[in-house]
Write a protein that binds this ligand. Structure first.
Ligand SMILES: [Zn+2]
Length: 346
């Protein structure tokens, strides 16, 4: 029953979004409701050399992204997240806004995203993982992806069961990549997990540093990215942990530690105002994470909850809508115009 209800709601939302885009309805809602900021989030502008190493839903093609940004720019101002929030909070009148953001710090953000933004006249906020970009350490999720591709989920889970006793039973019954990822993300002890994954990569002929260098911006590239007029740099912790699983002091070490590394390495970069909670769902961060982000001198923090932001939105729980190859322009326009929020009744 709940699956049926969910399907019905999705279908209705899609129909409503089409109506907002193809009829004057969206413009009407945009003009009649309070000024808002839609924040989009993706990971990388499609780069064939990264195929297979990054999930399809982490990529959007350059042509598609350009088309979306150009269409949205006709009706909305394209801004960075902190610019957009400052404008909302000032209470000044003006068009509603769209901010693009990209998480983690992949190489294409400099090589493909920046030229695209320059040609469209758009901006973006890029959130950098300090452990990967500054320290050049391979994040566990990429180690997992590499090993999964090499060994397959089931044999890999069995192999990991030997070394991770607290999740041994769950791993022995695990047959899918998604389930394996969930167990390692939420239930395994992070230090032991990271250690065993790195050892396994090396054992199977992989070179963790080489994988980091292939996927992530080099420090030099990150500096060039930060120096770009169209880019705002944001923080994204050191090790990309599930913050809600950490004590407050450890959350602060991750958030403030990452901020310190970025502010040191990218000087005199445009860094410091915005932070992104890793993973960003309601169960991935908590009140302690919000306090730690404020203590690390951030002004805003973004989640991965769907919706738009207004003047009164909690600045440490800003909403974002995903953008990837499957994204539809009518849907994003409906979000930006406030039409979907109207439908949701929130
Ligand atoms: Zn991330």
């Amino acid at each position: 029953m709940s699956a049926l209800k969910h399907r019905l709601k999705t279908t209705l939302l899609g129909a409503w979004a089409r109506l907002a885009w193809h009829t004057p309805l969206g413009k009407l809602v945009d003009g009649r409701t309070a000024r808002r900021l839609l924040i989009l989030y993706g990971h990388c502008v499609d780069d064939p050399s990264l195929n297979g190493e990054l999930h399809a839903d982490m990529k959007i093609g350059a042509g598609q992204l350009e088309e979306i940004l150009k269409a949205l720019a006709k009706r909305f101002d394209l801004v960075t997240i902190s610019e957009g929030m400052e404008r909302l909070q000032s209470g000044a009148p003006g068009r509603s806004m769209v901010a693009l953001s990209m998480d983690d710090g992949y190489r294409d953000n400099l090589l493909r995203l920046v030229p695209l933004l320059e040609s469209v006249g758009a901006k973006a906020t890029v959130f950098l993982e300090a452990g990967a970009v500054v320290e050049r350490r391979l994040p566990w999720l990429h180690a997992l992806g590499w090993l999964d591709g090499k060994l397959g989920a089931e044999p890999l889970a069995k192999r990991l069961a030997n070394d991770l006793p607290e999740v041994r039973e769950a791993l022995l019954g695990c047959a899918s990549s998604n389930r394996l990822k969930r167990i390692l993300k939420y239930d395994a002890e992070p230090v032991a997990r990271d250690h065993v994954l790195m050892e396994l990569v090396t054992e199977h002929g992989g070179e963790p540093r080489e994988i980091v260098d292939r996927l992530y911006l080099s420090l030099e590239e990150a500096r060039r990215l930060a120096a770009s007029e169209c880019i705002e740099i944001g923080g994204h912790t050191v090790n990309h942990p599930v913050l809600a699983r950490l004590r407050k002091a450890d959350q602060l070490a991750e958030i403030a530690g990452g901020a310190k590394q970025l502010r040191g390495a990218l000087e005199p970069a445009q860094t410091g105002a915005v932070f992104a909670y890793p993973y960003g769902r309601a169960w991935d961060f908590n009140g302690g994470s919000k306090e730690a982000a404020a203590e690390a001198a951030y002004t805003y923090a973004v989640t991965t909850h769907d919706g738009v932001n207004r003047k009164g939105t909690d600045p440490f729980a800003l909403k974002r809508v995903p953008i990837h190859g499957g994204s539809k322009l009518h849907r994003l326009f409906a979000e930006a115009s406030g039409s979907l929020e109207l439908f949701r009744g929130s």
